[in-house]
Design a protein around this ligand. Structure first.
Ligand SMILES: [Zn+2]
Length: 89
């Protein structure tokens, strides 16, 4: 009965809460230290190039627990970029 083991490569799509994979967003974001209200904070900066103006987006979020979620929403809403492909149809 070893044949079943050969197909055990299914990805656990449902385990999103505890171990969400967000490394893909770093194709589109840079990390940088910026001064925010007099304090040096780690921020993330959107580096997606706008196809019309040919300039980088520059949207900035202060890095925190929720910032990757904001970053994902921003990519999706502003640039039509999602994890599974560059362009969302
Ligand atoms: Zn952006």
């Amino acid at each position: 009965m070893n044949t079943l083991l050969l197909n055990e490569t299914v990805e656990p799509e449902n385990k999103r809460d505890t171990h969400i994979k967000t490394s893909w967003i770093w194709n589109y974001w840079d990390e940088e230290i910026q001064e925010v209200k007099g304090e040096n904070r780690l921020v993330m900066i959107c580096k997606v190039i706008d196809s019309f103006s040919q300039t980088s987006c520059g949207k900035t979020y202060i890095k925190s627990k929720g910032s990757t979620g904001n970053a994902i929403s921003h990519l999706r809403n502003s640039h039509d970029i999602s994890k599974d492909g560059d362009q969302v149809c």
